[in-house]
Design a protein around this ligand. Sequence first.
Ligand SMILES: [Fe+2]
Length: 319
Amino acid sequence: MTRKPRARTTTKGERGRIVAGCLTPHPPHLVYADNPKQNEARSEGGWETIRWGYERLRHSLARATRDYDVILVHSPHWRTRVGHHFLGVPHFKSLSVDPIFPNLFRYNFDFDVDVELAEDIARRGAKKGLTTKMMRNPDYRIDYGTIAACHLVNPTWDKPIVGISSCRVYNDYSNEVGQEQMRALGAATREAIEASGKRALLLASNSISHRHFTREPNVPEDMSHEHIYHHGQHLWDMHAIGLARDGKGRQLFDELPDLIDQATSEADAGCLSWLLSALDFPNYPAELHGYGTVIGTGNAVLEWDPNPKTRQVTPRLMT
Ligand SMILES: [Fe+2]
C-alpha cells in the first residue's frame, strides 16, 4: 500500500476538536461482504442495510468542512484484563484473522498510529485514577474490532489511528464501575484532543443487542437466515437508537447498565460509554445512517456531529 501523510502536528494556540463521534459496529461479515482487496475471503455480498449505512456515513464525513486528522477507535475485541491500553507503535503491518470467523476475515492491515496523542490520553487517564498502559509490541496482531470499524469508515487507511483497548471492568467488577471508568476515559480523550490541536473522528466499535446464532448457514451471506433472535433484543435496539436520535445522550449513558444486562449487549466493552463521555453527553440528535442484524445481533451506524453548522440530521417523524 502507498504510505499516507501523518497527522498534523500540534498547532500552537489552536484548540483541537471532535469532528464527529460515531457508533460503528464491527461484525467481520460487513468487511467480508464488501470484498475489499485487503481481505482474502470472497463473498456474494449480504448485510446491505448496514453497509449502505456505512456508505452514508462515509459520504457525510467526506464533506470538505468535516476533514479530520486522526481516527480514535475503542474496540471490544482488544480485551485487556488490567487497565486501558493504547497502541504505542508508530506503524503496524501484518495479517489479522478473526478467531471465530476465520473463513470470513483474513485481513492484511497496514496503518500508522498517532502515538503522541495516545500517550497523552493515557497520561491524562492515569491522572484521573485509571490504570493505563502503552502497548509497545511491534508484532501485535491488531484485533478485528479495531480493523473492521476503521476499514468501514475509511477503507483507504489514509489517516493515523489511536487504538484503545476494552478493559473488562464491566465483567470483573460491575456495570457501574465500568461506566465510571469510561466516563473518566472519555473526559481524558476529549481533553487530550483539545490540547493536541487536531481534528478527531471517534469510533465506538460495538453493536447494541448481541444475542446471536450459534450455527452458521452453509452460505454465510445467505440473507434468508438473517433476523433478530429475540423480540426483547429488538425493543432495546430501537429504544437506544431513539434516545440517540432524540438527543438524550446522558439518558442513553445512564440506561446502558440495564441495556447491557437485558440485551446481552456488547456495550459491556465500554465503547459507546467512552464515546458518549468524550462527546460530553450530547444533548443534540444523532443521525442514524443504518441498522440491521448480523447473525442476529443489532447493529446501528450512528453519527453525532458536535458542530450545529455542519450537523445534518433526518427529522424523526415516526414514534
Ligand atoms: Fe464483536
